[in-house]
Design a protein around this ligand. Structure first.
Ligand SMILES: Cc1ncc(COP(=O)(O)O)c(C=O)c1O
Length: 394
């Protein structure tokens, strides 16, 4: 019940145990096409280039940034938590001229603040995290696509923590690049990064294309803006997933089975229904921790559905509570990073764990452990308040 990774859905684990097939086996290429189609629905996009990047979520981030941004290009990163710092660091490593604006953790930017920064820095790319897991809040993306369009800026977001559990529609938001991971609301393991790229982004990426010698007969002429990574060269990855099936890396077959199953689960449930499930169980968990008398961290008006940050009460040893929950109840909750380290726990309700039994058991166990650790909590207040949320929804 942490901020991810979480228990994978058993259907995903079963899918991943299927036998391997060769990368050009018609069954495999059909799975690749099917996976592209499924993720178009998950991301709510018509983008042709909707595919998997092999590696954990940051592989998706690196692929997007290294392929869109050449050394010296300007990138604007609004930072409101740990993962904004990650976007900044990756853009810096690519050699971009990176500009940041920062906000206190637990808060988000206004559209006007972002527009002012765009006007001041004139970036090629606006790179912003949607839900920053470190603080549990999500930056509203509405309006930013229009801003980017108006000022000729490419618009990228990292939806690792939010996709599938919070309302999100790539095309309606005017996004050019979006990357995710499986290990949060999608109910899978880490290790595959679903991603989507608009025609405008594809044009930028393809203009930097160079094909490896030994693949296309002779090596392309190397141009100055060649993408500075082979593994994350999206121009080559597009050709691998596209009709040409031009060889690049060996697709991570079992991860593809897992990623495909994660998307099938969401599409079978219905994206709107899945978001509503996360909303309901997130609301029950929030009411539950408040019902125990605990304080929460961050602006609740922009809290992600799938995770809550709980302030560790004075005098309570946060790690001891986590240790007892794990050791005695088999329940993991999260710690936090940077300025929040030792100050909050993060409790998730996502993917396979966005369930009534998981929420109620966690709250009942937390109450017992907190009492043993000397915290003053409202007896039965957690489970009671969560039950009220479920009753109201019936
Ligand atoms: C919002 C966000 N971005 C990126 C990452 C990095 O993902 P990974 O550890 O899968 O590379 C995480 C991980 O929790 C995340 O929550």
């Amino acid at each position: 019940m942490g901020p991810g990774p979480i228990n994978a859905d058993p259907r995903v684990l079963r899918a991943m145990s299927a036998q391997l097939v060769g990368q050009y086996d018609p069954a495999m290429t059909a799975y690749m096409n099917e996976t592209m189609e499924l993720y178009r629905e998950v991301f709510q996009t018509a983008n042709e280039q909707t595919l998997l990047i092999d590696g954990t979520s940051r592989a998706g981030i690196e692929a997007a940034i290294v392929s869109l941004v050449a050394p010296g290009d300007r990138v604007l990163v609004p930072i409101f938590g740990r993962f904004g710092h990650l976007l900044r660091e990756i853009a810096e490593r690519v050699g971009a001229e990176v500009h940041v604006i920062e906000r206190e953790w637990g808060t988000v930017f206004t559209e006007a603040e972002i527009e002012r920064a765009i006007l001041a820095t004139k970036p090629k790319l606006l790179a912003v995290v949607h839900g920053d897991t470190s603080t549990t809040v999500a930056q509203p993306l509405e309006g930013l696509g229009e801003l980017c369009e108006k000022h000729g800026v490419l618009f990228y977001t990292d939806v690792t923590a939010s996709l599938g559990g919070n309302t999100f529609a790539a095309d309606a938001l005017g996004l050019d690049a979006v990357t995710a991971g499986l290990q949060k609301c999608l109910g899978g393991p880490s290790g595959s990064a679903p991603a989507t790229f608009s025609p405008r982004a594809v044009e930028v990426i393809d203009s930097r294309k160079s094909i490896e010698a030994g693949i296309a007969g002779s090596a392309d002429e190397i141009h100055a803006t060649r993408i500075r990574s082979n593994y994350f060269d999206l121009a080559m990855i597009f050709d691998y997933w596209g009709e040409k099936r031009l060889n690049h890396h060996t697709e991570a077959t079992s991860m593809l089975y897992g990623a495909r199953e994660c998307a099938r689960l969401l599409v079978d449930e219905g994206i709107t229904a899945a978001v509503e499930r996360h909303r309901l169980h997130g609301a029950a968990m929030l009411a539950g921790v408040q019902g125990l008398g605990l304080a929460t961290f961050g602006d609740l008006s922009v809290k992600m559905n799938n995770v809550v940050a709980v302030v560790i009460p004075d005098g309570v040893n946060g790690d001891a509570v986590r240790g007892e929950l794990l050791g005695d109840f088999g329940i993991e909750i999260g710690t936090s990073f940077g300025p929040l380290h030792g100050k909050v726990w993060r409790i998730g309700t996502m993917g396979y764990n966005a369930r009534t039994d998981a929420v109620l058991t966690t709250l009942a166990s937390l109450e017992q452990v907190l009492r043993r650790q000397g915290a003053v909590v409202t007896a039965g207040g957690g489970v009671g308040a969560a039950y009220d949320v479920y009753e109201d929804a019936r």
